[in-house]
Design a protein around this ligand. Structure first.
Ligand code: FES
Length: 173
């Protein structure tokens, strides 16, 4: 499967009448059929009101909402691509780029900050974080484990620069 790289701004450059569905030519530009999404589309009978549910399912299936995937949904729901993108971009949980191999969340809440979250961030923002997707959160409610990092959904408590680097070294890349 050939991957197409684009930014959310690319979507805004697509020419389309505001009140018309995405053009046939645009949807034909993608050879992907998104067959895994068809059962959900059939269940919802192509109803535009199911857009958010379909976006969610599409992201579950494909990891992110690519331009061809958004164009496919727009075509199936007979909606302008701008509406589909506008809805998806409103919710921060929808993503338009393929996820990195590993997702890391660093807690920068008070307890973690006091216990050295900045040193963990320095590791991750340097060479130690290459190829990883980094985000921050303000307190995960488990301050007893500060400072902590969530790695692919698993909480690593009581981290320091050395333990974090060692743990990252054990992740498959
Ligand atoms: S401040 Fe980090 S878990 Fe509360």
């Amino acid at each position: 499967m050939k991957r197409q790289r684009f930014t959310p701004l690319d979507l805004l450059k697509v020419k389309e009448p505001r009140d018309q569905a995405v053009s046939d030519a645009e949807t034909e530009a993608s050879t992907e059929t998104f067959a895994e999404l068809e059962p959900c589309l059939r269940d919802r009978n192509g109803q535009a009101s199911a857009l958010i549910e379909l976006l969610n399912r599409a992201q579950e299936l494909y990891g992110h909402l690519s331009k061809p995937l958004l164009a496919h949904l727009a075509s199936e729901l007979v909606l302008p691509l701008s509406s589909v993108y506008g809805t998806a971009s409103f919710y921060h949980l929808f993503r338009f780029q393929a996820p990195a191999a590993h997702q890391l969340v660093v807690c920068t809440g008070t307890a973690c900050h006091v216990k050295g979250a900045d040193r963990l961030l320095a590791v991750l923002e340097g060479d130690g974080g290459a190829g990883l997707e980094l985000s921050r959160v303000r307190c995960l409610g488990t301050c007893g484990g500060a400072p902590l990092v969530v790695v692919d959904g698993v909480v690593w408590t009581h981290q320091n620069a050395a333990s974090l680097q060692q743990g990252l070294g054990g992740l498959p890349r």
